[in-house]
Design a protein around this ligand. Structure first.
Ligand code: GDP
Ligand code: IMO
Ligand code: MG
Length: 430
């Protein structure tokens, strides 16, 4: 039996999709637990690239049951589109997809609210994905949201439920942003049509997961976003609206700490952040642009250029500590091929003081300057390496340095987007 949590230990986009797809080869079920269609998890199989937003990245293994858990916020229209797009690509889903009745609904008006709120923030905007995530979680917390279980009601009843929920919000939105002119009747009909697709998939996913774990099955819990975007532990307000740590993953699916067999923190060999907020190791100059181009650092959900920086061991140490990471999966090592030198932030300097920990408030974080240690670069390409011993010596030293600075062993190393470009790292790599 295994129950592995795979989560982002930076600011998202660490390569969780690739790692979850790789680890799901022997999994019975893969589960999303929090977030919604703000996620963009890219999986590349046999040269074909698929970006998943709501559907867990284990979906490409036909034997895998796929579960969307209680803690998610699900846009029914986006989910139906994603199911249909995957089915057109030859990925059959409906017979093995389970959708929690306790997950919450992202309505079209939540997306509009997300845009309106961003606009009102002006230059201080968060840079959200515009997928309605914050407003949907806010309504859930205010107890004015719509659990997906209500989509089991008959059409007339569902229509009435949606009308009550949407009407009040639209009046408020129309007053704030008359130019957006949101409409209601068309949205309600589209949601009622989506309900017909989703009803057969709805169930009590917590019970289902308990049954799988009790039957000693192999389960992968797929985190979305990254620990540094966590609502409680990230640089508020430049965060997402869910809990992206191991604790959030568990509360989002109904499993308990004692069910967990390992916590795998996925980290890139450098750092990226999309959206606003402090990012101490961001590179302003040519090296940042070079990482963006070689690493194709453009958002899978919004297409926005990602901000790029050096590996930040202070931030990853913090992320690994709050989630109890037992191992790391280090991705995109190949992107660093050809750099003369690579830097790692091992501490921050803040108002003349040396900080070894990640500060809990974003104003302090914004004042932090990284203290770097320098490592030698390597010129031999790594993307065709399949054993740790094939890697250039300087690349091996770089990985070992990251392990030492973060204090968590690297187990999996990724040197390309394809499944095959994955190698196991153990003591042999050092
Ligand atoms: P996620 O949100 O954590 O799943 O990450 P994204 O899918 O948003 O972004 C990671 C990107 O890097 C995707 O385009 C992946 O195909 C790609 N990728 C993953 N691992 C590697 C790797 O080891 N090397 C390279 N070059 N690309 C990778
Ligand atoms: P995956 O799962 C990277 C960021 C947004 C913004 C902030 C709030 O692909 O790693 P939101 O729409 O959630 O209210 O936006 O969080 N963000 C992500 N950044 N990867 C993600 O997901 C993200 N999901 C949200 O850019 O800064
Ligand atoms: Mg992503």
């Amino acid at each position: 039996m295994s129950c592995r949590i795979v989560l982002g230990a930076q600011w998202g986009d660490e390569g969780k999709g690739k790692v979850v797809d790789y680890l799901s080869a022997d999994a019975d079920a893969v589960v999303r637990c929090q977030g919604g269609a703000n996620a963009g998890h890219t999986v590349v199989v046999s040269g074909r690239k698929l970006a998943l937003h709501l559907v867990p990245s284990g979906a490409l293994h036909p034997h895998c049951e796929i579960i969307l858990g209680n803690g998610m916020v699900v846009d029914p229209l986006a989910l139906v589109d994603e199911i249909e797009a995957l089915e057109r690509a030859g990925v059959e889903l409906r017979s093995r997809l389970r959708l929690s009745t306790a997950a919450h609904t992202v309505l079209p008006c939540h997306r509009i609210q997300d845009q309106v709120e961003e606009r009102r923030r002006g230059n201080g905007g968060i840079g959200t994905t515009g997928r309605g995530i914050g407003p949907a979680y806010a309504d859930k917390a205010a107890r004015t949201g719509i659990p997906l279980g209500w989509f089991q009601r008959d059409d007339a009843n569902l229509r009435a439920t949606l009308r009550v929920a949407i009407q009040h919000k639209l009046e408020w939105l129309r007053a704030l942003a008359p130019d957006l002119a949101p409409e209601m009747d068309g949205d309600i009909e589209r949601l009622v049509a989506a309900a017909a697709v989703l009803r057969p998939l709805l169930c009590d996913t917590t019970q289902r997961l308990h049954a799988l774990v009790d039957a000693n099955k192999h389960v992968v819990l797929e985190g979305a976003q990254g620990a540094l975007l966590d609502l409680d532990h990230g640089s508020y307000p430049y965060v997402t609206s869910s809990s992206c740590t191991a604790a959030g993953v568990l509360s989002g699916c109904g499993l308990a700490p004692r069910d967990v067999t390992s916590v795998i923190g996925v980290v890139k060999a450098y750092a990226t952040r999309v959206g606003n907020g402090p990012f101490p190791s961001e590179i302003a100059g040519a090296d940042g642009e070079r990482l963006r181009q070689i690493g194709h650092e453009f958002g899978a959900t919004t297409g926005r250029p990602r901000r790029c920086g050096w590996f930040d061991a202070v931030a990853v140490r913090h992320a690994a500590r709050i989630s109890g990471c037992s191992e790391l999966a280090l991705t995109k090592l190949d992107v660093l091929d050809g750099f003369d030198r690579v830097l790692i932030a091992d501490a921050y300097l803040c108002h003349g003081e040396l900080l070894r920990h990640f500060p809990s408030d974003s104003e302090t974080l914004a004042a932090c300057k990284p203290r770097y240690v320098e490592a030698a670069g390597w010129s031999t390409p790594t993307t065709n390496c399949r054993r740790a011993s094939d890697l250039p010596a300087a690349a091996r030293r770089y990985v070992a340095r990251i392990e030492d600075l973060v204090g968590v062993p690297v187990r999996l190393l990724s040197v390309g987007p394809e499944r095959e470009a994955t190698l196991h790292w153990g003591d042999s790599g050092r």
